[in-house]
Structures are given as structure tokens and as C-alpha cells.
Ligand binder design. Structure first.
Ligand SMILES: Cc1cc2nc3c(=O)[nH]c(=O)nc-3n(C[C@H](O)[C@H](O)[C@H](O)COP(=O)(O)OP(=O)(O)OC[C@H]3O[C@@H](n4cnc5c(N)ncnc54)[C@H](O)[C@@H]3O)c2cc1C
Length: 463
């Protein structure tokens, strides 16, 4: 018999978007809830994210004259996911995204910018940016709500063991006073969960040992955009209990990162929001394009990695101005550099100048004709030629960004065991789960995933 130190209805493990969302919904369904977080501060990777959320059929799209539907959203995610997405989960995400987005705006009070963006693989503009282009805007609103609802948030408390009584998950062994620099520090406590445990511990992008087993290319030589705590121990503990893992080797590389700074950094705002939409990516040896710059992250990341050394993303002042984004941080850090001439740019990066000029001429021709014959890149209605100095450039080298695989869940966010049955009392949501994105997650769809399945997990765990 387990001796319990404390009892709750629902215990949520992990204080990122998925966990805080689940806790709010469980509390609103009448449960006594606690949120556990192993680090000294809440927020997870969520707080350092760009805060981009994707949803189809929103009032903001209507205001901007954009036609979209959950069906089109479903098809885009399925295509990027190479058809490996679990259809039931994908259906739930795409059909509930607009409502989850509305909930974040109206119930949580998250402020979004008045613009609708489009990233590689989405066939229309359907990505919304939280104010300040940061997940911190959303986390702040969630923490405010958690406080309002009187939900305790226990920091420095790490899940060590999931307790199963032979029939259902009844609680957890946790380490209070956890310190990642000294994992044996602190004291063990047993917390009982009368209704359910929700695992929302995020991905394992920073867990080099675990990720390199799943994808041997991803050794410690490849950097990550994730925080150091994005490790797999909670996922492994659930697997020890018999939870089924799905698609663990599908690990996403961010294609818009720079080798000239650590982590996510300042460069992606230029590359993803400007360079890939209006500019080009060129091969460091030939000065030629080699990929559709608006392809999804898998196609782009694999293509850039296969070159063996950093490629160069190039755009012009017209595009930077038109985009409206402030890239001063990347310029100040010299991650993005400016050049008065194409020759000067070529000289700096060791690109063959004539070939680069030719590449730009051919790209500008494609923009004028509206068709990119070579790489099949969609020419957007506001595409423009690369011609106005200064020219902007950034070196690109992929970093581990997101883990598509994780715990198998069903449409009710219940964790599934190796015999395809739900494990009673165990729920999961967010990046710790797998299946919904298949082989490749599209930009802005992770936060949508956290919101949609976090809400479902919270309601269901409350019973
Ligand atoms: C730099 C960056 C930018 C991104 N930008 C976007 C974007 O704009 N749009 C988008 O859709 N996606 C984006 N993503 C992806 C997205 O942010 C994440 O997938 C999402 O925030 C994950 O949320 P989560 O709640 O599942 O996990 P997290 O936010 O990572 O939270 C998990 C929490 O669980 C805690 N935890 C882990 N193990 C334990 C344990 N054993 N015990 C107790 N606590 C534990 C962790 O410390 C962490 O705080 C970005 C990711 C990064 C890294």
C-alpha cells in the first residue's frame, strides 16, 4: 500500500502550454488540481517559443479575406506528415483549432497581432502571432488564470515514478526540491490523484542520448533550439508502465537557424518570416538554389543538412521593408548581414559571384512569370524580385527543434498501452505525445496541439 503525503483529484506534470491549459480546464470542470514543474520557473519551451498559433476558419482570416477550412488544414498537415499522422488525432486538432484559438483570446485574454501569416507547407495564411512574437505572452495569460482559479503550482518538483495499483494510475512519486545539477537532491513525496494524472512534460529535443538512439544523425554536434530541460525521463517512465511510444525517430530540424549563434536565437525571424517567403536559399559551393524555400521543415531541414555545411539565405531591402518585421536584433548580433552589392555578398560568403547573379536573375524571372519551374515553389501574390539594396544574408544550419513522436494517446487524450487499451487514470497532451504531426510538424501547429489536447485532457481527467 502506498502511503500518500497529499491527495488531489488531478495532478498535471509540466507547466508549459499543454500543462497550464489542462490544469485550467480540469479546475473549471470542478477538480482539485495541482501543477508540478521540475524547474525553478514555469513556462517550459513554450515561454521561449514565437507564440505562433495555427487555426482554420477564424474571424481574423475573414477580416483579411482569407478562405480556409478545417478540411484544407487537415490535408496540409497530412501532406507534410507524409500521411503518417494518426487521422483521428489530426481530425480533432484541425476541427477544434479555431475554437481553441478563440478560447485563448477571449477566455485567457491573449493578445494577438493583427496579421495572418503563412509558413512552409500551409497552403493559405492561417498563422497568428501572439503580441511581441513570443510564447511568453500566452504563458503570462495562462499563469494569471491559474492564479485567479487558485491552482497551486509547485516548482522544483520532478516526476520520478508513476504509481499504478494494478488497475489504474493512482498517483506519483515526486522529488521536491529538485535541482537538475544534483538530481539526488530534495525529498521524495507520494501524491495521490483520485481522478487522473496528466503528463505534459514536453519533448526530448535536448536529450542527446535519447534522441541520438532514435535518429543517429542527431548527436551532440547538432545544436538544439530547446531549453536544457527538454529531456525524456517522464516519457520513459510512462513507457515503463506500458504506454505505447509512437514515431520517436521523427525529430524535426529547424531549417531557419544559424550556426553563428546558440539555440533558437535571432536569425529565424529573418529566415522563416522573410527569407523563405520572399528570398532564396543558395548552395555554398554553386551559388544556386537547390530547394523550394517554402517546402515544409522536413524537406528543407534534410536538404540543408545534406549539403554538409551552411547554406546562405538571401533577400533584399524591399522584402524586409514589406514584411514589417523588426530584425534589428539579428543585425546587431551580425547573424544577418547587409551588403550594398550582390558581388560583395558573394565575396563575403565565398559564393561564385557570377553564378549568384545568374541565380537571382532566374528567380526574378520566376517571380515575374508567377511560376517557379525549377523547384515548384508557390509564387505568393505579394512576391517581389530581389533587386533593392541593401541585400540581406544569413547562414543556415539546422538545429533539433521538435520531437513529433511520443506517447500514444487517443482522441480523449488518454494514454494508450501496448495492447491498444487506454491506461486508466493516465492522460497526456502537448509535445510529449506523438502521432498527430506524423513525419513533420507544420509551423504554428505545436501550440494549437497543446491548446486543443490540453483542454481535452483537463476536462476528461477531471472525470
Ligand atoms: C524556440 C522555439 C520556438 C518555437 N516556436 C513555436 C511557435 O511559434 N509555434 C508553435 O506552434 N510551436 C513553436 N515551438 C514548439 C512549441 O513551443 C512546443 O512544442 C510547445 O511549447 C511544447 O509545449 P508543452 O507544454 O508540450 O511542453 P513545454 O512547454 O516544454 O513544457 C514542459 C514542461 O514540463 C517540465 N518537465 C519535464 N519533465 C518533467 C518532470 N519529469 N517532472 C516535472 N516537470 C517536468 C519541463 O521543465 C517544462 O517546463 C517552438 C519551440 C521552440 C523551442
Amino acid at each position: 500500500m502506498t502511503r500518500w503525503d497529499e491527495t488531489f483529484d488531478v495532478i498535471v506534470v509540466g507547466a508549459g502550454f499543454a500543462g497550464l491549459t489542462a490544469a485550467i480546464e480540469a479546475r473549471n470542470a470542478g477538480a482539485r488540481v495541482v501543477v508540478l514543474e521540475k524547474m525553478k520557473a514555469p513556462g517550459g519551451n513554450s515561454i521561449i517559443s514565437d507564440g505562433g498559433v495555427a487555426a482554420a476558419g477564424t474571424p481574423l482570416q475573414k477580416q483579411h479575406g482569407i478562405e480556409d477550412s478545417p478540411e484544407l488544414f487537415y490535408n496540409d498537415m497530412l501532406q507534410a506528415g507524409l500521411g503518417l499522422n494518426h487521422p483521428g488525432l489530426l481530425r480533432v486538432l484541425t476541427q477544434n483549432a479555431a475554437e481553441a484559438f478563440r478560447w485563448s483570446e477571449e477566455y485567457l485574454g491573449v493578445e494577438y497581432m493583427d496579421r495572418v501569416d503563412r509558413f512552409g507547407g500551409h497552403s493559405v495564411n492561417r498563422c497568428y502571432a501572439a503580441a511581441g512574437i513570443t510564447g511568453a505572452t500566452i504563458i503570462r495569460a495562462m499563469l494569471k488564470k491559474i492564479k485567479e482559479l487558485g491552482i497551486p503550482l509547485r516548482k522544483s518538483t520532478c516526476l520520478e515514478k508513476i504509481i499504478f495499483d494494478g488497475e489504474r494510475v493512482t498517483g506519483l512519486s515526486v522529488r521536491e526540491g529538485y535541482n537538475y545539477k544534483d538530481p539526488e537532491a530534495g525529498t521524495i513525496k507520494n501524491l495521490q490523484a483520485d481522478s487522473g494524472v496528466i503528463v505534459t512534460t514536453g519533448g526530448f529535443g535536448a536529450d542527446v542520448a535519447f534522441r541520438a538512439v532514435q535518429d543517429p544523425r542527431l548527436t551532440g554536434k547538432i545544436d538544439t533550439t530547446n531549453k536544457i530541460f527538454a529531456t525524456g525521463e517522464a516519457l520513459v517512465e510512462a513507457m515503463r508502465l506500458g504506454a505505447a511510444p509512437v514515431q520517436l525517430s521523427h525529430i524535426q530540424l529547424g531549417a531557419w537557424t544559424s550556426p553563428d549563434e546558440k539555440g533558437f536565437g535571432s536569425g529565424p525571424l529573418f529566415a522563416d518570416y522573410i527569407g523563405f517567403l520572399y528570398g532564396i536559399i543558395v548552395h555554398p559551393d554553386t551559388g544556386k538554389r537547390f530547394v523550394n524555400e517554402q517546402a515544409d521543415r522536413k524537406v528543407l531541414g534534410d536538404a540543408i543538412l545534406s549539403v554538409g555545411r551552411p547554406s546562405v539565405c538571401i533577400s533584399d531591402h524591399g522584402a524586409v521593408e514589406h514584411s514589417g518585421w523588426d530584425i534589428s536584433r539579428a543585425l546587431k548580433k551580425k547573424v544577418v548581414k547587409t551588403f550594398e552589392t550582390v558581388e560583395g555578398l558573394a565575396g563575403h560568403y565565398g559564393l561564385p559571384a557570377d553564378a549568384l547573379s545568374q541565380t537571382i536573375t532566374e528567380f526574378n524571372r520566376a517571380v515575374a512569370s508567377g511560376v517557379d519551374v525549377e523547384y515548384g515553389r508557390p509564387i505568393l501574390h505579394d512576391s517581389m524580385p530581389i533587386k533593392r539594396p541593401p541585400f540581406y544574408a544569413m547562414r543556415l544550419w539546422p538545429k533539433v527543434h521538435y520531437t513529433m513522436g511520443g506517447l500514444q494517446i487517443n482522441e480523449e487524450a488518454r494514454v494508450i498501452d501496448l495492447d491498444h487499451r487506454p491506461i486508466p487514470g493516465l492522460y497526456a497532451a502537448g509535445e510529449v505525445t506523438g502521432g498527430v504531426h506524423g513525419a513533420c510538424r507544420l509551423g504554428s501547429c505545436a501550440i494549437t496541439d497543446c491548446l486543443v489536447f490540453g483542454r481535452i485532457a483537463g476536462k476528461n481527467a477531471a472525470g
